[in-house]
Design a protein. Structure first.
Ligand code: ATP
Ligand code: MG
Length: 448
């Protein structure tokens, strides 16, 4: 932790409601922490100074402050200010107002975007409800102090003040960081009920930062995990990507299982994992996630389609067997199974079609990769998703669920010369001879 001394919790973040907010924040002056402007993106600094020079308050807040204090490189930089969204918008030429309920401003610098949010009041003061219970007015702005208390975890409610480079802590985030704890602000059950996605965020931060969940913050997750049922599928897809594509997917997936959350994200897989008699499915998922983590950590591209293929492989296999038992041939059986499994899954997590199409390709490829005779192996190599299908076969072979011989054959085949490729195909046991219809010869007419 990049602080020069231990800081005590100024007040307990738990069991405080927004009425008894702490008045005096803990302020950590510049010499007592190590966040320097060199670590802050030049774009974020431009926004911070732009606001400050126009007479507004401006702070870095959220994940970037937390990550810098932990010695990590932040993913992005978020800014909080007392300027209204319209005022922010008018200050920066390349900015736009986004969001309907809560207006934010995105200030663009080429492809980089700095998100600027106006201080917000906690939810109970934010929503003005009419006789029918509809929200008629929201986006009520608040003070810095209120903004801190409406955030999720204490470690996410630290502010870096551009005016004097100090860190402002209303909720005890500094002490929690020093103790390595993730603690929900306020009454845990209320805050999880308010937004159940906070449970996923808690788990993600444990996986990513290696911190521990604090008592109630941890205890309530298994109790309230079923609330995830009510989260819109599109939002869950975004969160699932963050969970599985942050370079710590294997650990995070373990945690999701441990806290009973996995079953609400992938119900069919969850069921089978609980009843599993062999170890293939669990091992396949773990290996797929480990591969994904490795690729992300060396900046290689990954596709969510591959992850989905692995996470749903076991339900797919079972369904596939079911259709084969009903005498469907392997490929149509697999396609029918894929339709069932995917349509069930997207009810929970809205995986876009562009990914599920590739997931299907990867699965179908598992049959095609076994059909190597004639020109088939050559043709398959040209398939745009050959690589993903082959990688998936390797994974299956590694877990003992597909023949190693088959995986090795493809490993050699794809890099062999055309001549050797042909030899490899010739050496395969011949395919069942195709029935050919004899062509009748035309009767030859003698020319006189
Ligand atoms: P990272 O960007 O590394 O994933 P982050 O903490 O910055 O982590 P964001 O989703 O970028 O996460 O959110 C920025 C900040 O907004 C958070 O740090 C937190 O203060 C606040 N926040 C985000 N989601 C919630 C939520 N569901 N409830 C309350 N506050 C939230
Ligand atoms: Mg962030």
């Amino acid at each position: 932790m990049l602080l020069t001394k231990m800081f005590n919790r100024p007040n307990s973040a738990s069991n405080l409601s927004s009425e008894d907010l702490m008045d005096e924040p803990l302020i950590i002056p510049r010499p007592e922490h190590t966040i320097s402007r060199k670590q802050i993106s030049s774009h974020a600094l431009k926004v911070l100074y732009g606001l400050k020079d126009a007479g507004y308050e401006a702070y870095l807040v959220g994940g970037c402050v937390r990550d810098l204090l932990l010695g990590h490189i932040p993913k992005d930089f978020d800014v909080a200010t007392d300027a209204s969204p319209e005022q922010v918008h008018s200050l920066f030429r390349k900015s736009r107002l986004i969001g309907r309920r809560f207006k934010l401003v995105h200030v663009g610098f080429g492809r980089d975007v700095i998100e600027v949010a106006t201080f917000r009041a906690p939810p109970e003061q934010e929503q003005h409800v009419d006789g029918q219970g509809r929200i008629v007015r929201d986006n009520v702005f608040g003070t810095l102090q209120q903004d801190a208390w409406r955030r999720d975890f204490t470690v996410n409610a630290l502010y870096y003040n551009i005016k004097d480079f100090s860190i402002v802590d209303y909720t005890g985030g500094i002490a929690d960081l020093q103790e390595g704890k993730i603690r929900l602000i306020g009454d845990v059950e209320t805050r999880y009920r308010e937004d159940p996605v906070r449970m996923l965020r808690a788990i993600r931060f444990v996986g990513k930062l290696g911190l521990k969940l604090d008592g109630d913050t941890e205890r309530f997750i298994p109790k309230l995990a079923s609330l995830l049922d009510d989260i819109p599928a599109a939002r869950l897809f975004d969160e699932v990507l963050k969970l599985y594509l942050s370079g710590n997917a294997a650990v995070t997936n373990e945690l999701l299982g441990h806290y009973g959350v996995f079953d609400y994200l992938f119900p069919e897989t969850g069921k089978l994992l609980h009843s599993e008699v062999d170890h293939f499915p669990r091992t396949l998922i773990t290996k797929a996630l480990e591969n994904t983590d490795t690729r992300i950590n060396i900046a290689k591209p990954v596709t969510p389609a591959f992850l989905i293929a692995a996470l749903l492989w076991e339900p797919l296999r079972q369904r596939w067997q079911h259709y084969q038992n009903k005498k469907l041939p392997p490929i149509p059986a697999l396609q029918a199974a894929a339709t069932d499994v995917i349509s069930e899954q997207v009810k929970r997590i809205a995986v876009p079609k562009r990914f599920t199409i590739v997931t299907r390709d990867i699965w179908t490829m598992q049959i095609r990769l076994t059909q190597r005779n004639g020109k088939r192996a050559f043709r398959l190599l040209e398939h745009p998703k050959f690589r993903a299908g082959y990688d998936f076969l390797l994974l299956r072979a590694e877990t003992g669920e597909a023949p190693t011989e088959l995986a090795e054959w493809w490993t050699v085949f794809q890099f062999a010369s055309t001549e050797d490729k042909q030899k490899m195909v010739n050496e395969l046991s011949p395919a069942a001879p195709r029935k050919r219809r004899r062509r009748r010869r035309k009767p030859t007419t003698k020319k006189d």
